[in-house]
Each structure stands twice: as structure tokens, then as C-alpha cells.
Design a binder for this molecule. Structure first.
Ligand SMILES: NC(=O)c1ccc[n+]([C@@H]2O[C@H](COP(=O)([O-])OP(=O)(O)OC[C@H]3O[C@@H](n4cnc5c(N)ncnc54)[C@H](OP(=O)(O)O)[C@@H]3O)[C@@H](O)[C@H]2O)c1
Length: 372
């Protein structure tokens, strides 16, 4: 596995360099005749690369969410530009990419498949099934076994691969028993079409039932400095059953980056409109947490987005956030969060501050017991 990386670009961009790898490890680089360095990824230990485990996978501690590339918080993006963003992520140590059939629909998977094809053996792809489409329309949830099989065949084609490293149920289909869904994924894993099973936004009972049929490798639900409800009944269960936790929305859909002020009005048609924590009243309260991230950014010589991501990673060793971006500069900023570390006393101080800030529009503790 080799990445040819232009030396100057590498030194400008690489978080690996600033993490001390250039000085700290032997045999990381070989040199080509034209002066380029070749980064020998096989010589980098997992701890050097800040890896985390998800079932049978070992992935970068920060992944890349590819949802908005297909237009969710912004218009649908140009494929060639998004391929550049994904490949820039790989050049800079990211090897875990999150998509879903429903994003676009299907367009995000097409982008991810094309971008990752030349790098397939270096990266892990996560995708999700759970909805029914005809043409471009979405016809609600469907995880009946025969539908999962059809969906997965399409996903494999679009992702240009013969296996999906982490195959998630995106949303529970109340018409299909979870045991049947888990059993279908178990068969797909036996057939080599998937490697690990994940769930998204389901309750503890569903997780236990699914896990009894097929080991659950990952749970993907919303989690950030603002939305902390998963800490109550889900994190203990992840620990008990050895399930990795993959936070979506680790930047609270951008709120924690500092890009919005209290006058922000979500654009109609995109997926911040109607979200209860983005109403004017809620924003006024919730931006106090962004202010806290800004204060820590000054202390840590970082940005608020980096504080939010570093905070999430520091909560548990089994957490792998997947911040979503369509912007190469934001991508580099987010990867830079791997260089921000907190001491235990700093984490306690942040926790005390967070608990003192009343927020508006987030989930109640009881809601964890429902499948979303
Ligand atoms: N399982 C589920 O139900 C579920 C639900 C939602 C999302 N997801 C997955 O989780 C991923 C992440 O969640 P998310 O995208 O909803 O929320 P997020 O990562 O918290 O926030 C994404 C938003 O933040 C902005 N952003 C990212 N980095 C930034 C930076 N450094 N500075 C300023 N703005 C920045 C992005 O805009 P730019 O493009 O301009 O950077 C985008 O609008 C998604 O891509 C998707 O793969 C899963």
C-alpha cells in the first residue's frame, strides 16, 4: 500500500507530520527519482495513525461523512470536486468513509465508489440500507430480507466493490422483525458481500435482539457536545456488548464550528430547516455551547470545530466521529482535531461547563428507548 504524496503538499497539509511521525518512526518514507516522498503506510503502527476498532476493521479515529456531497445542508455538489475532497482525506490519513443508499438518493454512493476505487484496499466503506425507492422517489422504510438483498446489490455496484466493510440498517422498519434483518445481514456476511453489521438510531432492546443474531460492530447515532443523550443508556450498552459508537452530527450540523450566529435562519429546502435546535429561540441558548468551544479553541490554539471533534474522541476509546464536509479546507481543519488533546482535568472542566448550559431542542433521556 503506497501513497505518492508531493513533499511540499505533504508538509503543508499532513496531520501525520505534525503528530511527530516524521521524526518518530523508521521506514515511513522512501524517495522517488523526481524528489517525491512515498509514504509507506504499512510501516505505520495503528497507534501512530490514531486508529480505532470497529468490529473487524481498524479505521482512522476521524472518518468522513459523505452525505452532504449529495445535497442535504447544501445543493448537490459536483462529482469531480467531491472526489477530490475524498482523495484529499485519504492523502491525509482518513480511511473511513460513510455513505448511505438514501443520500441523493444513491448519488453519494456513486461519488464514494468512484473516489475510492483506486484505493479500495486501503480504506473502509460504510453504507446503509433501509429505504425503498422507485425512480428517484423515496417510498418509506423497507428492510424486508428480499429488499435488503436487492438494495445491497445496487450498493455494491455504485460503490464499485465486492464487499461493504460496514453495512448498517439506517432506520428500523417496524414491519420487519429485527431478527430477520440481522439474519439477512448475517447471510450477506457469510457470502462475503458485507464484513460487519451496524445499526443506526435504534433503541437498546433492538440492539440486544440484533446482536443475539449477528454481532453488531457499530451503532451510529447523533452525538456531539450539544446532543449528549446517547451517554445515558447507549454508551454503557456499547461497552457491555463491545460495540463501537459512530457519532453522526459531531459538529451539530455545523453549529459547533462557529459558522452561525443567533441571526442564522436555516435555508428552506435543506435539512437544518425545521430542526428544533436551529429555531431562533433554541439557537440563542445553544450557541452558548459554541461559545464554550470558542473559548477552548483559544486555550488550545485550535478552532471550535477541532475542539468539538477532539472532545468527542476523548469521551470514549470506541468513538469514531464522521464529520461531514464538502469543503477541502474544512476537511483539513477537521482532521487537525487529531492533534488536540485534553487532560482529564480539562475534560472535567468542560463537562462541568456543558452541564451548566441549558440547551433547547435536543432529545430527552426517555427518547433513547424508541427506535427513531
Ligand atoms: N445515521 C444517520 O441517521 C445519519 C444522519 C445524518 C448524518 N449521518 C452521517 O454523518 C455524517 C456527519 O453528520 P452531519 O453531516 O449531519 O453533521 P456534522 O458533521 O455535524 O456537520 C456537517 C455540517 O458542518 C459543516 N462543516 C463541517 N466541517 C466544518 C468546518 N470545519 N467549519 C465549518 N463548517 C463545517 C458542513 O458544511 P461544509 O460542507 O461547508 O463543510 C456541514 O454543513 C454525514 O455526512 C452522514 O454520513 C448519518
Amino acid at each position: 500500500m503506497k501513497d505518492n504524496i508531493n513533499r511540499r503538499k505533504f508538509l503543508q497539509n499532513s496531520t501525520l507530520a505534525s503528530a511527530g511521525l516524521l521524526l518518530g518512526s523508521m521506514g515511513l518514507f522512501s524517495f522517488t527519482a523526481n524528489g517525491n516522498r512515498t509514504l509507506n503506510l504499512q510501516n505505520i503502527s495503528y497507534s501512530d495513525r490514531k486508529k480505532r476498532k470497529i468490529g473487524t476493521l481498524e479505521v482512522s479515529a476521524i472518518g468522513l461523512g459523505c452525505m452532504s456531497m449529495a445535497g442535504v445542508y447544501n445543493p448537490r455538489q459536483d462529482k469531480a470536486e467531491m472526489i477530490k475532497v475524498i482523495r484529499k482525506a485519504i492523502e491525509n490519513g482518513v480511511d473511513f468513509f460513510d455513505t448511505a443508499e438514501v443520500y441523493g438518493p444513491q448519488y453519494s454512493e456513486e461519488i464514494v465508489g468512484e473516489a475510492l476505487k483506486p484505493f479500495r484496499n486501503q480504506v473502509s466503506i460504510a453504507s446503509k440500507f433501509g429505504f425503498d425507492f422507485s425512480g428517484n422517489g423515496r417510498n418509506g422504510r423497507n428492510s424486508r430480507p428480499e429488499h435488503i438483498r436487492t438494495a445491497v446489490e445496487g450498493m455494491l455496484k455504485r460503490l464499485q466493490t465486492d464487499t461493504i466493510d460496514l453495512l448498517y440498517l439506517h432506520r428500523m422498519d417496524s414491519g420487519t422483525p429485527i431478527e430477520d434483518i440481522a439474519g439477512t445481514v448475517k447471510d450477506l456476511i457469510k457470502e462475503g458481500k458485507a464484513r460487519n453489521f451496524g445499526l443506526s438510531e435504534v433503541n437498546p432492546e433492538t440492539i440486544r435482539k440484533a446482536n443475539a443474531v449477528q454481532k453488531v460492530a457499530a451503532l451510529q447515532s447523533e452525538y456531539s457536545m450539544l446532543e449528549r443523550v446517547m451517554e445515558h443508556d447507549i454508551f454503557p450498552l456499547c461497552e457491555e456488548l463491545n460495540i463501537a459508537f459512530v457519532p453522526w452530527g459531531p459538529l451539530c450540523r455545523g453549529m459547533l464550528t462557529g459558522r452561525f450566529d443567533e441571526n442564522y435562519i436555516p435555508e428552506t429546502g435543506f435539512r437544518r430547516a425545521g430542526v428544533p435546535y436551529f429555531t431562533p429561540e433554541a439557537l440563542q441558548a445553544n450557541l452558548k455551547v459554541t461559545e464554550l468551544a470558542k473559548q477552548w479553541a483559544v486555550k488550545k490554539n485550535a478552532t471550535p470545530a477541532q475542539i468539538a471533534l477532539a472532545w468527542a474522541i476523548a469521551q470514549k476509546p470506541y468513538i469514531v466521529p464522521i464529520p461531514g464536509t464538502t469543503n477541502p479546507n474544512h476537511l483539513m481543519e477537521n482532521i487537525g482535531a487529531l492533534n488536540v488533546q485534553f487532560s482529564n482535568s480539562e475534560l472535567k472542566e468542560i463537562r462541568t461547563s456543558l452541564e451548566a448550559i441549558p440547551t433547547i431542542g435536543f432529545r430527552t433521556k426517555e427518547s433513547v428507548f424508541t427506535n427513531l
